[in-house]
Design a protein around this ligand. Structure first.
Ligand code: ADP
Length: 404
């Protein structure tokens, strides 16, 4: 069974084609700068452990044009991986916001499209391009099932005391104002991987999963179910991120408006695009932050302190939420590749039973690895995330369930 996974943004389409019988990626790529003066299509083919790539520059008029070019690449003579697009059995779509409507992945029909549309006010930047991607893909692949996999679905098990803001209740009832959480595909993927790696039933494991990429979030997982997470109604809440501030005093926008005469749009831009690591030390790329820190740049040192302190604070909070913690799981570009950050997040937590082995933590290896010291009450693991594979697996499961 071949499944195409699509992640559509406002000016881009990311894709991966999976051979699910062998659980491997056949091809992947990115159409970007859609609608701009010159578009770029990057395409990779994976065969026998080798990668072949092609980059083409040409106008990509709109998302339909983008997906048509992607399909052309997939069936192309030189870099194609299928003879005909009919070999693709299903399409999995990443959808950012499922609101309270979607607690799991689902086959897309007109009712599902309408519900995703209804959730646009909660994700005005993400759900519209996700919808465009679905509509275009349905017209290009009219005969195969399309499945929506939501970033929010894994967090629908969070109880009201954790998801409600202390605001007038009508705002929740009438407008859906509450904490939803995101990165659910990644948190649930590493939770499952952790249970499989340890050979323990998911139901017996309490985990704190820590996804540190450009966006960052943590989840308290009890017996395989999300019971709290750091992102809120939008992905702005919680941890310090590349360019997002995470938790701030909610009165901050009033100060910025009153004293600096900033508009709502400017405040939005400031908190989402000019804050986080970038705001503190001038760059949002953790590799650059750590390089600056290594040569003694005081702002980079401060940025890493603020970044890791926030994570440590939430580790403590989620210990209280879960009562018993079996494991911490680091994932995402930073969580998987920055030992220094993992070490600083766990420093001083020995009394909670968290002891990282410095040598194991610094060893560079691929795949799942344990980095706790022997005798550490809490296991500390690095587990590479794979959101696309998770979307492909969900798509396969939903399609097969539909057939029975
Ligand atoms: P996204 O959230 O866009 O998927 P990633 O999960 O790829 O992003 O994470 C991107 C972040 O990972 C960047 O801040 C990047 O600097 C960081 N990163 C990648 N490799 C390393 C590394 N070797 N050391 C430190 N940080 C790294």
């Amino acid at each position: 069974m071949k499944i195409l996974v699509i992640n559509t943004g406002s000016s881009s389409i990311k894709y991966q084609l999976f051979d699910m019988d062998r659980q491997r990626v056949m091809a992947s790529g990115l159409a970007e700068k859609i609608g701009e003066a010159e578009g770029v299509l990057t395409h990779h083919v994976f065969e026998d452990g080798k990668v072949r790539s092609a980059v083409s520059h040409a106008v990509i008029a709109d998302h339909r044009d983008g997906l048509t070019r992607i399909v052309d690449q997939l069936v192309n003579d030189q870099l194609g991986v299928v003879r005909d697009k009919s070999e693709i059995s299903a399409i999995g779509h990443r959808v950012v916001h499922g609101g309270e409507t979607f607690k799991s992945s689902t086959v897309i029909d007109s009712g599902v499209l309408a519900a995703i549309r209804q959730n646009i006010p909660l994700a005005p930047l993400h759900n519209p391009p996700n919808l465009t991607g679905i509509e275009v893909a349905r017209s290009i692949f009219p005969n195969c099932p399309h499945v929506a996999v939501f970033d929010t679905a894994f967090h629908q098990t969070i109880p009201p005391e954790a998801f409600l803001y202390a605001l007038p209740y009508a705002l929740y009832e009438k407008e859906g104002v509450r904490r939803y959480g995101f990165h659910g595909t990644s948190h649930s993927y590493v939770t499952r991987e952790c249970a499989d790696y340890l050979g323990r039933p998911l139901e017996d494991l309490n985990l704190i999963t820590i996804h540190l990429g450009n966006g960052a979030s943590m989840t308290a997982v009890r017996g395989g179910k999300s019971v709290d997470t750091t992102m809120g109604m939008t992905p702005l809440e919680g941890l310090v991120m590349g360019t997002r501030c995470g938790d701030v005093d909610p009165a901050l926008p009033f100060f910025l408006a009153d004293h600096l005469d900033m508009s709502l749009k400017e405040i939005d831009q400031l908190l989402n695009k000019a804050s986080g690591l970038k705001g503190l030390c001038g760059t949002n790329d953790m590799r650059e932050v750590l390089a600056k820190k290594a040569v003694g740049d005081p702002r980079a040192i401060l940025a890493v302190d603020v970044y890791t302190y926030r994570i440590k604070k939430y580790i403590g909070a989620y210990f209280a939420v879960l009562g018993k913690v079996d494991g911490l799981v680091f994932t995402g570009g930073i969580g998987e590749n920055a030992p220094e950050i993992r070490e600083l997040c766990c420093q001083g937590l020995e009394n909670l039973g968290i002891c990282v082995d410095v040598g194991k933590n610094r060893t560079r290896e691929n795949g799942v690895r344990e980095i706790h010291a022997s005798g550490s009450r809490v296991l500390v693991l690095v587990i590479p995330t794979n959101e696309e594979l998770k979307i492909a697996r969900e798509t396969k499961a939903v399609v097969e369930k539909g057939k029975t």
